[in-house]
Design a protein around this ligand. Structure first.
Ligand code: XLS
Ligand code: NI
Ligand code: NI
Length: 435
């Protein structure tokens, strides 16, 4: 039985193809810098957007057509959705997926019932995975939708709510472990505050760290060796989210002794909301050896919220792939399309157009990035810009060999320093030559 009978399996047809159901640039087997495109990208599909997003917005209800979904909270409906999702993964040729516990399986009146449902659905997902070879990139627990979490989960003022959230994390970790998930993510949408008037920030942060330590300890206990991620975002739904950007997350992880256990899952639209470029966020993370995975999307500067659009901007995908190549590639992580169609794109076929576009945009970004690296002028320029640190007084300062006395004596013996141009526009032109 096919849920997308009109959609063919999406294949590479090359840039000349006019077939909207074909890749023009993503050629999974093409080798670039010694690895196939498939290996570089490690594309993932987000269960919550593909299967559960009705495309409602703050002003209107769902529009997405999902003829397979009876909209009930039954396990049968959840299992049917999983079948639809795996047909989607097969046709779009995406190897990985990500989920929240409550996307794949319903939240029921008691935790025991929710856990039992999750167990049945993950049995089915496990069977689908072994039949198809598809893999779980990461799992997570939805600790932000249910009203009990309206004031946070790990940072809730209520110890009972914290405990409920921790119990849900345990079950979501068990599910991720059972499905061989390569990672486990914490995104704290409500781990923040709406007003400081009622908030003990120090205590909330201590509790959030406690939750993460509990997860680390539990992973050891059950032998789960996947990578933990934190996903920064500055706000929305909270006014202020504690894990606001790469730098804030790294500071938090270091302060609470978690830095060895976590990497960052960076999402482009969250970087924008934080007032940063994705390039900035990636650079901060990579310099700390902490870039784990990417939620690949893009925002809309005119709307100003987390619009989670599919990435189509090749300038952006080029900069993302350039940083990923520079860091030596993704290992446990991938490019997870945490992206949704516009509300107007309600047809199941639009799911395919959206992912095809994102995959092609990243393929072009990868090719451009590899070409920029092969050309070498950009890296050479940067190396040269800092070359005064490679020898002489620069190297001595870098190595900590000089004190202020020695440095002062050196400067007194020298003429006024001169510095070469930063050549920003020349470098922008250089990048554009490859796009
Ligand atoms: C929401 C986040 C969320 C995480 C997973 O803005 O991006 O979807 O990726 O909880
Ligand atoms: Ni995300
Ligand atoms: Ni997001």
């Amino acid at each position: 039985m096919s849920y997308f009978p009109e959609i063919p399996k999406i294949r590479f047809e090359g840039p000349a193809s006019k077939n909207p159901f074909a890749f023009k640039h993503y050629n999974p087997d093409e080798v670039i810098e010694g690895k196939t495109m498939r290996q570089h990208m490690r594309f993932g599909a987000a269960y919550w957007h593909v299967m559960r997003n009705g495309l409602s917005d703050p002003f209107g209800g769902p529009t997405a057509l999902m003829p397979w979904d009876d909209m009930s909270d039954s396990v049968d409906n959840a299992i049917k959705r999983a079948d639809v999702f795996f047909e989607f993964l097969d046709k779009i040729d995406i190897d990985y997926y990500c989920f929240h516990d409550r996307d794949i399986s319903p939240e029921l009146p008691t935790l025991a019932q929710s856990n039992a449902a999750l167990d049945k659905v993950t049995d089915h997902l496990k069977a689908l995975q072994s039949a198809t070879g598809k893999k779980l990139l990461w799992g997570t627990a939805c600790l932000f939708s249910h009203p009990r979490y309206s004031q946070g989960a790990g940072t809730s003022p209520s110890a009972d709510v914290f405990a409920y959230g921790a119990a849900q994390v345990k079950a979501a970790m068990d599910a991720t472990h059972k499905l061989g998930g390569e990672g486990y993510t914490f995104w704290g949408g409500r781990e923040g505050y709406a007003t400081l008037l009622n908030t003990d920030m120090k205590r909330e942060l201590d509790h959030l760290a406690r939750l993460l330590h509990l997860a680390v300890d539990y992973a050891k206990k059950i032998g789960y060796t996947g990578q933990f991620y934190i996903e920064p975002k500055p706000r929305e739904p909270s006014t202020h989210q504690y894990d606001s950007d790469s730098a804030a997350c790294l500071n938090f992880l270091r302060q609470y002794g978690l830095i060895d256990y976590f990497k960052l899952n960076l999402e482009t639209n969250h970087a924008t909301l934080a007032g940063h470029t994705m390039l900035h966020e990636m650079t901060v993370a990579i310099d700390a050896n902490a870039l784990g995975s990417v939620d690949a999307n893009q925002g809309d500067e005119l709307i100003g919220w987390d619009t989670d659009q599919f990435p189509t901007n090749i300038y952006l995908t080029t900069s993302i792939m350039r940083k990923i190549l520079e860091m030596g590639g993704l290992t446990t992580g991938g490019l997870n399309f945490d992206a949704k169609r516009r509300r107007e794109s309600h047809d199941p076929a639009d799911l395919f157009h959206a992912h095809i576009g994102g995959m092609d945009a990243f393929a072009r970004g990868l090719k451009a990035a590899a070409a920029i690296r092969a050309d070498g002028r950009l890296a050479e320029f940067v190396a040269k810009r800092y070359s005064s640190w490679d020898s002489g007084v620069g190297a001595q300062i870098e190595n900590g060999e000089l004190g202020l006395d020695e440095i002062s004596a050196h400067v007194l013996s020298q003429a006024e320093p001169t510095i070469p141009s930063g050549r920003q526009e020349m470098l922008e032109n250089l990048i554009n030559d490859f796009i």
